[in-house]
Design a protein around this ligand. Structure first.
Ligand code: ADP
Ligand code: MG
Length: 245
């Protein structure tokens, strides 16, 4: 079957025990698209992202990435996770490694680059996120915004074809949010395909091709940001947007 859609999430459902947390979720992304997932706490946003790289297992539905079925038992999950970068709210850096060490680890251990090649790649990714002068700093010596930029560089160092961001600025002091969003915007400009969970509505408005509103595991409504934000079709969407505005 020929399929030009880059990421197709089709009727994905997931339960934790008896609790259904995703209910026939569907959306599609083309290459270089930016899709922003919004919704209340507990609506299934993180679970949806985690199903894409198989950190969580969807029980029903289909997810195709670049023509391959992600949910197939035959899928090479290690390869999938190399190809899909993820940035977490809590950074998840190794405290005992420098910025350079954190970013070089995947290229060295997972991709098998030489130590010199891994250092070189990590250096260029840290430069890309504006941290050329912090290569040898340890996480504890960096601000939250700098740590998150290391987190982004670490994901980029694997040269992913899709980036997942799970509330990348939610743990940051307000004055540090901008520097992370700026790095993300630069990635958008470079054509990176990005699936982003965020409450930063001005970011979503500026860069999203599509916004997907999840509530209680269901897609309530999706559409381009100007439509979803200015003229939501569902009352529930309007109520949510008023609450977070
Ligand atoms: P969101 O990211 O939108 O806040 P989540 O995807 O984290 O939502 O959670 C959706 C629902 O799934 C919540 O009810 C949450 O308690 C539940 N949940 C998430 N992860 C687990 C887990 N590992 N085990 C059991 N329940 C979970
Ligand atoms: Mg979440």
């Amino acid at each position: 079957m020929s399929d030009d859609v880059f990421l197709r999430v089709n009727d994905v459902s997931k339960w934790y025990g008896d609790e259904q947390v995703l209910d026939e979720v569907s959306f599609e992304m083309d290459r270089s698209d930016v899709t922003v997932l919004i919704g209340p706490s507990g609506s299934g946003k993180s679970t949806m992202l985690r199903c894409v790289n198989r950190l969580a297992e969807a029980q029903e539905g289909s997810i195709t990435l670049d023509g391959e079925e992600v949910l197939s038992p035959d899928t090479d999950v290690d390869r999938l996770r190399r190809e899909v970068g993820m940035v977490f709210q809590s950074f998840n850096l190794f405290a005992h490694l420098s910025a350079l060490g954190n970013v070089a680890l995947g290229p060295r251990r997972v991709l098998g680059l030489s130590a010199a090649e891994a250092r070189e790649r990590a250096t260029s990714q840290l430069e890309r996120v504006g941290l050329a002068d912090q290569l040898e700093s340890y996480p504890a010596e960096l601000s939250g915004g700098q740590q998150q930029r290391v987190g982004i560089a670490r994901a980029l160092a694997m040269e992913p074809k899709l980036m997942l961001f799970d509330e990348p600025t939610s743990a940051l002091d307000p004055e540090l949010i901008g520097e992370v969003l700026e790095v993300m915007r630069a990635l958008v400009d470079e054509g990176m395909t990005m699936l982003v969970v965020t409450h930063e509505m001005s970011f979503a408005r500026a860069v999203a091709d599509e916004v997907v509103f999840l509530d209680d595991g269901r897609v309530v409504e999706r559409g381009p940001p100007e439509q979803l934000f200015e003229r939501p079709e569902k009352e529930r969407t309007g109520r949510f947007l008023e609450r977070i505005a």
